[in-house]
Design a protein around this ligand. Sequence first.
Ligand code: NAD
Length: 436
Amino acid sequence: MTTRREFVKNTVITSAALGLAPALSSALAGCAPSDRINVGLIGCNGMGFADLTAFLEHPQVECLGLCDIDESVLNRRAADVEKIRGKKPANLYKDWRKLIENKDINLVIIGTPDHWHCLQMVAACEAGKDVYCEKPIGRTIEECNQMISAAKKYKTVVQVGQWQRSDPHWLDAVNFIRSGKLGKIRLVRVFSYQGWCPSIPVLADEPVPAGVDYDMWLGPASNRPFNRNRFHFTFRWFWDYAGGLMTDWGVHLLDYALFGMNVTAPKSVMAMGGKYGYPADACETPDSLQAIYEFDGFNILWDHAIGINDGAYGRNHGLGFVGENGTLVIDREGWEVIPEVVDGTTRMEALSLKKGTGQGLRNHVTNHLDCIKSRNQDTNASIEIGAHIAKFSSLGNIAYRTGKKLVWDGTKFTNDQDANKYLIPDYRGPWKLPQV
Ligand SMILES: NC(=O)c1ccc[n+]([C@@H]2O[C@H](COP(=O)([O-])OP(=O)(O)OC[C@H]3O[C@@H](n4cnc5c(N)ncnc54)[C@H](O)[C@@H]3O)[C@@H](O)[C@H]2O)c1
């Protein structure tokens, strides 16, 4: 099964290895100026560059700028763009505000760590740009609210990086779930077991590496000495910047639990977990976590683990919609139905694996470009969809961090004032939470 890291690597390699550069450069030359999309990417190391690579498969897209606080990443990715398109981007920035000031750029891809998404997305909207924003769109409920307001106010066409929304087998499965054939669904089991994710040993703080603008990496997060564990990629295991697997994979998978069940907010949430696998490693977020979301007549169970692979149904990630007649199991590869057999009676027909296309990211980017052209804000993963699921998955973390069963009314917890303090982020000055 392809891990996320392999996926990112493969996505980046594919276009370059296919040698698309000359064809795309000449296609761009024949493209009407009004059809051109000039892209700028902020945050180039990982998924942001995979996203850009998918955009560059379209001849009407040109990369006008790259921005990263790490010079080594910036230079490496500029060379990668040259491999794809035959020339380096005209503008390389270390300060993202300069990229946003560039009036020739009309689409901004945001591939920075989660704690930056809100500030950069809102600024891009204010500057009149469209935005492809990586998930989870925000770390807190209030950031998500501001991002929705910005997209509405400035009529921004936003696609959130939840590319599974553009992979058709997920939609086929939702249609089957909603047909009622599974019988009453009592539980949606959602799991992400990431055996490939290594535990990270405790490392000493160190001087900021040459060429890195560390203050601009921290941005609104608390000031602290540089530590490699909290930097590229592994930032996701620290509360100041992200929410661990609960939000990292949760937004992709829980999104389909809600979509399949056609529900929005839970009545309550509770969670238990901890550093069971690696009690002494450097991560703050739990390597094992179960969160239970309560709805009328069924629950959604989130279950994650780092360092082991045996999630459920012989898979390391996915969802099981557990009905009276059978269970629909889905993951990135495809979906199938396992019938219930009770007292010797098989309650429904088994359905063998229906495979997905593996083209989710490509389709997602194409959908975004189509929507930009028609000025349609209803993209496959609109800002509302992204906000909704970023909020939902963050509730699981808040329940874990408070250790309480929390009652949710759609905007706040009604039985615990302490838990409500997690809803609004505390930004380090001079950065301020946008007020749109
Ligand atoms: N959609 C998906 O399938 C998917 C997969 C992986 C990651 N992601 C998301 O993508 C985002 C980035 O994750 P990653 O694993 O690629 O992280 P990463 O650490 O590998 O890359 C982030 C880059 O952003 C740069 N950066 C940080 N602050 C910056 C700033 N203020 N201005 C400019 N550049 C800045 C960093 O130097 C780094 O190069 C996260 O939000 C993550 O959840 C999505």
